[in-house]
Design a protein. Structure first.
Length: 335
C-alpha cells in the first residue's frame, strides 16, 4: 500500500488572517499525525498575500514542536537564493531538536515574482547552474563527508550530531529529475502544479539513478498532488471550487489575495474562457468520494511508479479540510 503525506501551503482563507491560517496549519499537522499520515511538508513562496508564510525552516520548527511522530519538512527550500552552509546549519539544528523527523526538500525555482527574487539576491551573484554543486555541498555538510580538497572541507555545520535530515530534490520538470538521479538523492515531482510530463520525469529518475555512497543506495521518488474528498461527489465538487478560482487567477494573472470561499467562487462572473481553463485544471485533480479518491491515487502511484504521495488539499472550510484527510485515511485503512 502507498504511503500518504501532506503538503500544506498555508493559504489565508477569505475572511481569515495570516495568524489564523498558521494556527489552522498547526491543527492540521496535529490531526494528520493522529490519522497516520507519514509526512507534513510546507513550501516556500515570497510576496504572495494568499500565503501566510515565506520561511519554511521557521514553520518546520514550529510544526515539529507541536507534533510527536510525523516527519516534518520543507517542500522546499529554494536553494539558489541561499548559502548551502546556512541551509545545512538550519536543518542540522532542526534534526538535533527532532531526531529522525526532519526532511530537507530542495528546489531551484525562484518561489516568487522577479521583484522578490531581486530582493532575496540583493548584492549577490547567483548562478542557478551551480545548484547541483550546492546540493552536493549540503550533503557533505549534513553527513560530515566533504570531499578532500574542498575549500570548506574542515568546516562544521553546527551542531555536530550523528543523524541527518532526509534530502529530497523537488521539481516540476524533467531537469530536476535528471539532477536528482545523477546526485543520488530522493526525488519529488510537483504534480499538483498541473505540469505534464511527470510520469516521464519519475521514470527517468528511477531508470538513471546513480547511487550516492553517503545517501540511500536505491531510488526513492514520490509525487505531490491536489486531492479533495467528501462523502458525495457533489460536495467534493463544491469544495474544489475555491481552488478552481484561485488557480484561475494564477493562470490569467488576476492575483487573488486569499483562498476564496465556495460562495465567492460560485458567484464569480466566469467567462467561457475561464470555464475552459477550469476544465483543464480539473483534469489533473483528485476530487470525489473516498472510494473515487483512493482509486485515482492508486492509479497515479502506478502511472508515476511511486510508493508515496503527498496530498495538497486547499479547502476553505477548516472542518471540511480536516474531514477530507480523515475520509482518505479511513479509506486507506490508516486509522
Amino acid at each position: 500500500m502507498i504511503k500518504l503525506g501532506v503538503l500544506d501551503q498555508v493559504y489565508v482563507n477569505e475572511g481569515q488572517t495570516a495568524t489564523e491560517a498558521l494556527q489552522h496549519s498547526t491543527r492540521l499537522a496535529v490531526a494528520t499525525e493522529e490519522l497516520g499520515y507519514n509526512r507534513f511538508w510546507v513550501s516556500e513562496h515570497h510576496s504572495m498575500p494568499a500565503l501566510a508564510f515565506s520561511s519554511p525552516e521557521v514553520l518546520v520548527a514550529h510544526l515539529a514542536a507541536a507534533t510527536n511522530r510525523i516527519r516534518v519538512g520543507s517542500g522546499g527550500i529554494m536553494l539558489p537564493h541561499y548559502s548551502a552552509y546556512k541551509v545545512a546549519e538550519n536543518f542540522r539544528l532542526l534534526e538535533a531538536l527532532h531526531p529522525g523527523r526532519i526532511d530537507l526538500g530542495l528546489g531551484r525555482a525562484p518561489g516568487g515574482m522577479p521583484l522578490a527574487t531581486r530582493a532575496l539576491q540583493q548584492d549577490k551573484y547567483v548562478d542557478v547552474n551551480k545548484y547541483p554543486q550546492q546540493v552536493l555541498d549540503i550533503i557533505g555538510y549534513l553527513n560530515n563527508s566533504m570531499p578532500a580538497g574542498h575549500p570548506f572541507e574542515k568546516l562544521l555545520a553546527a551542531p555536530s550530531i550523528s543523524s541527518a535530515p532526509e534530502i529530497w530534490l523537488l521539481g516540476s520538470s524533467g531537469e530536476s529529475a535528471r539532477i536528482a538521479a545523477s546526485l543520488g538523492t530522493s526525488y519529488a515531482f510537483a504534480e499538483f502544479f498541473g505540469t505534464p510530463g511527470g510520469e516521464m520525469a519519475t521514470q527517468h529518475y528511477n531508470e538513471h539513478f546513480e547511487s550516492n555512497h553517503v545517501l540511500e543506495d536505491h531510488p526513492r521518488s514520490m509525487i505531490a498532488t491536489l486531492a479533495i474528498c467528501a462523502e458525495t461527489e457533489e460536495e467534493a465538487d463544491q469544495l474544489a471550487k475555491s481552488n478552481d478560482l484561485l488557480f484561475l487567477g494564477i493562470r490569467t494573472g488576476l492575483e487573488i489575495p486569499y483562498l476564496p470561499s465556495v460562495e465567492t467562487a460560485n458567484n464569480y462572473p466566469y467567462t467561457d474562457a475561464d470555464l475552459l481553463h477550469i476544465q483543464q485544471i480539473r483534469q489533473r485533480r483528485v476530487i470525489g468520494t473516498p472510494a473515487q479518491v483512493k482509486k485515482q491515487l492508486l492509479q497515479m502511484s502506478k502511472d508515476f511508479n511511486v510508493s508515496e504521495i503527498l496530498l495538497n488539499s486547499p479547502i476553505h472550510d477548516e472542518k471540511a479540510r480536516i474531514h477530507s484527510y480523515e475520509l482518505i485515511a479511513s479509506e486507506f485503512g490508516m486509522n
